[in-house]
Write a protein that binds this ligand. Sequence first.
Ligand code: TXA
Ligand code: MG
Length: 337
Amino acid sequence: METKRFSIQDIDAAAAAIRGGQLVAFPTETVYGLGADATNVDAVKKVYAAKGRPSDNPLIVHVAHPEMVAQYAEVSPEAATLMKAFWPGPLTIILPIKPHALAPEVTGGLQTAAFRLPDNSATRRLIETAGVPLVGPSANTSGKPSPTTADHVLHDLNDKIAGVLDDGPTTVGVESTVIDMTVNPPAILRPGAIDAAMLEPIIGPVQTEAHHVAASEVPKAPGMKYKHYAPNAQVIVVAPTDFVAALRDYQSRTEHVGILATDEILAQLPPELATFSLGHDVRTAAQALFAGLRYFDNHPNVQFVLAQVFPTVGLGSAYMNRLLKAAGGARFDSGRV
Ligand code: TXA
Ligand code: MG
């Protein structure tokens, strides 16, 4: 099947493909999602197959209006308040499902499901025109960095899906915050652009502890246990003040070292390196992170990528969560050299 690139003028054709049980990737403010009719079990199964995703990792249900959620889940007053405050936006809300409302393929067999109303008007029109909610995991091959452009989607899924709705690069760049509203106090299962400091004035205290889960346990957010965002090179996380020392250390092992850092850091380093700019602050860094990780996959010589640390506050927590997964936890320790 040749994958079509739909423009935002082609919503009707994209919606027809969805209604026909096919897969169409869609843009959101965070990353591109791999869309399928959430009420069509065969279509949902195709999503797992196209991504190579383990079937116990549940999918987010994307809606066009907050009212669509009540058909499938119990919406508490607190959950309704969150929707009002943050939707459309990068917040995914876990709710208890109504019996038999969603196929087990969508929820990974859980009695809860994840809902999100993305801040992209073309995608909201797509959902409305299709007339069904869309499942939408990130539209990458499982284990690879999430896609922030239609080209990233095509790189991973060309010929495996019917189409991709191209609305240019995404703006936030890291996936939505996932908040579990089925526990008390509510728990952030995945950090994103909407952090505890933004949620707490609306719903009171939330749990933010990192959920470290061994592969054998049943985790709260099943997706968190799998290898993620991994480029071919080994990523090493480096503090802004350590780049010169880290470069000296890694260049003593190989001449093929890549740098993923802000312009300010790049300006301090020798010009002949393979580099990808993270722009100038945490906002541009979050936007560019996955594109940067993918960039070094196109430079197969690069063995190590030295990637910049940001403070773990606000969006920085989401950025560092993804970067540390990409690095498998590897950090440059300046005391070591
Ligand atoms: O920004 C995003 O959320 C993007 C865009 C496309 O909307 N989507 C996305 O989907 O990141 P995905 O499938 O890559 O990540 C969904 C996360 C996974 O970690 C999954 O395990 C978790 O949400 N999740 C889904 N349903 C859940 C549930 N019922 N309980 C706990 N975690 C759940
Ligand atoms: Mg994903």
